[in-house]
Ligand binder design. Structure first.
Ligand SMILES: C[S@@+](CC[C@H](N)C(=O)[O-])C[C@H]1O[C@@H](n2cnc3c(N)ncnc32)[C@H](O)[C@@H]1O
Length: 195
């Protein structure tokens, strides 16, 4: 069971996703013909706002309870994780990850986190079409608020989350074109173009 299975009701109640959607929209470019994958998309709070402007969005998440909160039939849902994305190579014009990358540690111990990220980054790029955009909205652990969130998630809640700085994102995707936008005081949006 994914730890978000127990949090789905509360998360759905509290999450508007609007702020994250605006950050995503500011940096990404979306077309009416785009096929999009929202990895770690949870209850679809971000996807539902983007859906009217694109062709199709699939929300991928390991938590069945989070996905069960999605009632809007325009969104496709799929159970699965970033470690093994259940889609063929080059399937999507845009892949995005909002407030979820730090959870891709999948409960592994710290010494395995980098290996998990290397698996996930390969998977995210694999399902993206050439020249497609991978967008990542994340808390910046180099900011005060970012540090507080990391403390809360790891020391209080016990999620075992790993927050990556913009320079670590650059390293993970060093073979691609990476741009990082510091859109607000504690989040960044990374735009990675698949070469
Ligand atoms: C904080 S929620 C964010 C949900 C959504 N992106 C949003 O912004 O509303 C993090 C999500 O990441 C998912 N998650 C955890 N581990 C994952 C993994 N290995 N692969 C994909 N998603 C994962 C969780 O199930 C959860 O739904």
């Amino acid at each position: 069971m994914n730890s978000f299975d127990n949090l789905a009701g509360l998360f759905h109640l509290l999450r508007s996703g609007e702020r994250e959607y605006l950050l995503l929209k500011e940096v990404g470019s979306f077309k009416k013909t785009d096929k999009i994958l929202d990895v770690g998309g949870g209850t679809g709070a971000v996807a539902i706002q983007l859906a009217p402007f694109v062709k199709e969005i699939t929300v991928l998440d390991p938590s069945k309870n989070m996905l069960a909160k999605i009632k809007n039939p325009t969104l496709k849902k799929k159970v699965g994780s970033a470690q093994k994305i259940p889609f063929a190579n080059n399937s999507f014009d845009v892949v995005y990850v909002v407030d979820a990358l730090h959870h891709f540690t999948n409960g592994h111990l710290k010494h395995k986190w980098e290996a998990q990220m290397n698996i996930c980054t390969k998977e995210l790029l694999r399902v993206l079409k050439k020249n497609g955009q991978l967008l990542i909205v994340e808390f910046n652990p180099e900011t005060f608020v970012g540090k507080c969130i990391a403390f809360l998630e790891n020391k209080i809640i016990g999620f075992g989350s790993s927050f990556y700085s913009p320079s670590q994102i650059n390293n993970f995707f060093s073979k691609e074109k990476v741009e990082v936008f510091h859109s607000d005081k504690f989040c960044y949006v990374a735009k990675i173009r698949k070469k």
